[in-house]
Design a protein around this ligand. Structure first.
Ligand code: ATP
Ligand code: MG
Length: 481
């Protein structure tokens, strides 16, 4: 026994007086009729003599007392009750009906018990971390629930979001699953996954609709005459012969209306050909055919501007949504026949509450996707900028260190698991530590995620790069002389 329940106990939590200070996140077993599992959410240390001091001189004379007199100092931990251990082993987390009686003994939770609870053996579970409070306990998430109900990875920058994405993708790949990753920073291509392919996303303008083409060509929504002019020309061109060949010149020759409008639209087309040909190419086929099932499909968007990335993301997300709709009617009609996960890094850029095109499609995906086997994993470091509409549909959370109060408030409003103690813990998480909560785990826990090496994104040693550069320059001078 390492502690005893003291003070007022509620169904949700108890205070435990312990022999020494306990770290937060550690799991305890409460020795009751039915043993309960609890987790330390907060620990305070108080000294009777040091509490009583009223001046520096007092403090100076009293400072040795806590070390000499064991009765002087008390260690109190606030322990959240997670449920009965026997039930938790079966994946059921019910808070007990009656609070735990003060005086009840407490011990460290047994590692084997924790393993049974946090590492279920069914095939839908995948390991992505170990318990922070007990590092030899693997933590698995339920991929079925993560993909069918949508999830989020949120933390300040540099805390390990992309590393966690990588850990999840590796596990999905092990299960022969399909994912489409909007790889904004181009850091996922180097993952050591056998069934991974990297694609440079290219859009054929002929697969767009008239409005999308207007947007790609950056014709403003209020320029209705120009939009009409382009839409009509596009309508005629799309039906023309010769497929992608000479598409742009045919489009231009089909422009009709006021000469002034024709010139403006024609200039916009020229600009697109000049500046956006890397992503808009009338000679490529339907890009969904390049995606493969049972493969982690990385769309490398590192060469695109933010505007281009938005067009690409909304284009793919829209097409994938339509494709899943077809798959629901009949698999034969769809390009991707089975369920898949879409991963969006920097989600605050695409789903920022402004009802942009990308936000509208992801709103649709989170509302309707769960019935269609279309999962969405959003990743962001600016939680307060994310669309509340989309966040309200997220049911599995991986939350790393966040210190901004508005970010924490947003998570509190969108989820059920945030208490004042949890908020405090989130502020002090280290790199690679995340709170996992929601439907993909049976009980929330603070974990250390599996470390995955990526090509970029891992912190670079700038000083060692300078040194290498300097040494190489010296060598070159020696060689030349
Ligand atoms: N589980 C982990 N264990 C040890 N180090 C980790 C872990 N996860 C991440 N790191 C380290 O933290 C750094 C940042 O990781 P990562 O790129 O995944 O963070 P991020 O949150 O995606 O950052 P950004 O906001 O810049 O995209 C890297 O150097 C990485 O090696
Ligand atoms: Mg990242």
């Amino acid at each position: 026994m390492i502690g005893i329940v003291v003070g007022e106990a509620t169904r949700a939590s108890v205070s435990v007086m312990t022999e020494s200070a306990l770290p937060t996140g550690i799991f305890l077993e409460i020795i009751d009729v039915e043993n309960k599992l609890g987790v330390v959410e907060k620990t305070v240390i108080e000294s009777r003599s040091m509490d009583a001091v009223s001046s520096f001189d007092d403090a100076s004379s009293a400072r040795k007392i806590p070390g000499m007199n064991p009765r002087d100092t008390k260690f109190i931990s606030i322990v959240k009750i997670l449920g009965e251990i026997d039930e938790l082993k079966r994946g059921v987390a019910n808070v007990p009906e009656i609070p735990i009686r003060p005086g009840t003994g407490v011990k460290f939770a047994d590692t084997e018990v924790l393993k049974t609870i946090f590492s279920p053996t069914q095939e839908e579970y995948a390991q992505i971390a170990t318990l922070k409070g007990s590092v030899d306990v693997p933590v698995k998430i339920n991929l079925d629930r993560m993909i069918s109900r949508h999830s989020a990875i949120l933390s300040m920058t540099g805390q390990g979001k992309s590393t966690l994405v990588a850990a999840k993708l590796i596990e999905i790949a092990k299960k022969a699953g399909t994912a489409v990753v909007y790889d904004i920073h181009g850091e996922m291509s180097s993952l050591k996954i056998k069934n991974l392919q990297t694609l440079i996303p290219v859009i054929n303008p002929m697969y767009l609709n008239g409005d999308e083409l207007c947007e790609i060509l950056e014709i403003r929504t209020d320029a209705s005459l120009q939009r009409d002019c382009l839409r009509n020309a596009f309508h005629r061109t799309a039906k023309g012969n010769g497929k992608g060949k000479e598409f742009w010149s045919r489009l231009k020759s089909n422009l009709m209306g006021e000469p002034d409008q024709i010139t403006k639209v024609s200039n916009k087309i020229d600009n697109a050909v000049r500046y956006s040909s890397a992503i808009i190419n009338p000679n490529v086929g339907n890009p969904l055919y390049r995606l493969k099932e049972g493969v982690i499909n990385i769309l490398d968007m590192s060469g695109l501007t933010e505007k281009q990335a938005k067009i690409v993301v909304s284009f793919y997300a829209n097409r994938l949504f339509q494709d899943r709709k077809k798959a629901m009617k009949s698999k034969e009609l769809a390009i991707l026949k089975e369920a898949h996960l879409q991963v969006l890094e920097e989600a605050h850029v695409f789903c920022d509450g402004t009802k942009s095109k990308t936000e509208r499609i992801f709103s649709k995906i989170v509302r309707e996707g769960r019935k269609m086997g279309l999962g969405f994993l959003l990743v962001s470091q600016r939680v307060r900028n994310l669309s509340p509409d989309i966040l309200s549909q997220i049911s599995s959370w991986s939350v790393g260190k966040l210190i901004n109060q508005s970010d924490l408030d947003v998570i509190e409003n969108a989820s059920e698991f945030v208490s004042p103690e949890i908020k405090e813990q989130i502020k002090y998480l280290n790199v690679g530590e995340f709170l996992l909560a929601g439907e993909f785990v049976s009980i929330s826990a603070i974990v250390r995620t599996t470390y995955i090496e990526k090509a970029i994104g891992n912190d670079q040693s700038i000083v060692s790069q300078w040194r290498k550069h300097y040494e190489e320059s010296l060598q070159k001078i020696k060689d030349d002389s």
